[in-house]
Write a protein that binds this ligand. Structure first.
Ligand code: HEC
Ligand code: HEC
Length: 359
């Protein structure tokens, strides 16, 4: 078992190793790469057009939530950067969350899910999330499958997509359809990606200054690679393996007190391992300019302040305002192209409301 000190010490070494490898002609050893148009797809849940369509319907369907009003889009608003503007949200089960909803754009490039990495696949995260009182709040798996089985259009669609039998819609297939839709949420072609792909005019001088400072100050030792969130599957990691770091790395700062950064003890709650206290998954920085508020508790509203805090609590560096402005300009260049999302038509409820049958 590594202790925290070892984990911290190992970061720059790992990064230097990557930088060294980046000069090799091998294709994937580049610490910064344009976002590929498609994330990894697990073998046990292949993408099909009909499955994605079904998943999109479920994403916008309030009948999947305990209150019949909330949808996935309530907290992960795809028109609003893939999150919402609230620090934390009240779930459809009445539970008041204490974590900020992460953006779902490019979510499938993560290797583990949620701020503390509690789930190792999208399907597993959603199996929990549908029943979480701070998210969709449904009382049981049975209540979810019963609702959808009671909607004839869904019964037919699930039967066609998954060869589900007369027994009705299966819980696992609901998480599979939703995950398939989430795997289509990709924002390619950010200005910085175009720069990485060879278009030297895609970004301004200030973006490049900001990027250099980002590397020099040490942000890149944690936020690198395809999703600016650490190692990607395939080389250093397999899907389901996570990249965690201490946050705050340097405890006891003013920032920590002002924004309550150390109250939630993070991954420890999942593993119970002492050295996992205040360990958090390294966040993606893609589209970061449009996903305020920041951090696991959503306590910080401006990106400038988030950058100051990160330099201070992770690296013990006091940035000049010029450096902050440059870095924010660089981070702005990580905003990709958001493909338009057309609202799906949902299958009608037969007879009385689908929300009635005993939950
Ligand atoms: C009431 C708000 C709310 C609703 C509704 C909601 N979520 Fe979430 N979601 C959250 C929060 C908060 C988190 C972060 C939880 C944590 O890390 O502890 C999260 C995390 C996630 C994650 C993990 C993201 C990552 O970066 O690891 C996925 C995927 C996700 N939600 C998908 C969905 C889908 C699909 C639905 C609809 C079935 C949904 N959510 C409904 C609030 C919500
Ligand atoms: C030692 C690793 C490490 C270093 C170095 C680091 N970060 Fe982070 N970063 C993290 C972790 C872990 C999180 C998740 C924090 C949390 O749980 O709220 C994070 C979160 C963030 C967030 C908020 C993401 C969100 O969606 O709310 C921003 C912005 C950010 N980092 C930018 C930076 C910048 C800019 C630098 C350099 C000044 C930097 N980071 C240095 C590990 C690091």
């Amino acid at each position: 078992m590594m202790n925290n000190t070892m984990r911290r010490a190992s970061i720059p070494v790992f990064f230097l190793f990557l930088l060294a490898c980046s000069s090799l002609p091998t294709k994937s050893f580049r610490p910064f790469q344009p976002l590929p148009p498609q994330p990894p797809i697990p073998a046990d849940n292949p993408q099909t057009a009909d499955k994605v369509r079904l998943g999109k319907q479920l994403f916008f369907d309030p009948r999947l939530a305990a209150d019949g009003v909330t949808t996935c889009n309530s907290c992960h608003n795809l028109a609003l950067g893939g999150d919402n503007d609230q620090a934390v949200s009240t779930g459809a089960g009445g539970g008041v969350g204490r974590r900020n909803p992460p953006t779902l754009w490019n979510v499938a490039f993560n290797t583990i899910y949620s701020w503390d990495g509690r789930a190792t696949s999208l399907e597993a995260l959603l199996a929990e999330h549908l029943l979480d009182p701070t998210a969709m709040g449904m009382p049981s798996e049975h209540s979810v499958t019963q609702r959808l089985t009671g909607i004839p259009g869904y019964r037919q669609q699930f039967a066609a997509v998954f060869s589900d039998t007369d027994a009705g819609v299966s819980y696992a297939d609901i998480t599979r359809a939703l995950s398939a839709f989430l795997r289509t949420l990709v924002t390619v072609n950010s200005p910085f990606d175009r720069y990485l792909a060879g278009d030297k005019d895609a970004v301004t001088e200030q973006v490049l200054d900001g990027f250099n400072e980002y590397i020099e100050v040490g942000c890149a030792s944690c936020h690198f690679w395809v999703n600016f969130a650490g190692p990607v599957p395939g080389l250093a990691f397999q899907m389901g393996e996570g990249f965690y770091e201490l946050f705050p790395n340097h405890p006891g700062s003013e920032y920590e007190k002002r924004y309550a950064l150390a109250e939630d003890i993070g991954r420890y709650q999942v593993t119970g391992i002492e050295t996992d206290k205040r360990m958090w998954r390294v966040s993606t920085l893609r589209n970061i300019a449009v996903t305020a508020p920041y951090f696991h508790n959503g306590s910080v509203n401006s990106l400038e302040e988030a950058v100051r805090i990160m330099a201070s609590v992770q690296l013990k560096v006091q940035l000049t305002e010029r450096q902050v402005a440059d870095m924010v300009t660089f981070l702005n260049s990580l905003t990709g192209e958001f493909p338009p999302i057309e609202l799906p038509v949902l299958p009608a409820t037969a007879g009385k409301t689908a929300l009635q049958p005993e939950l």
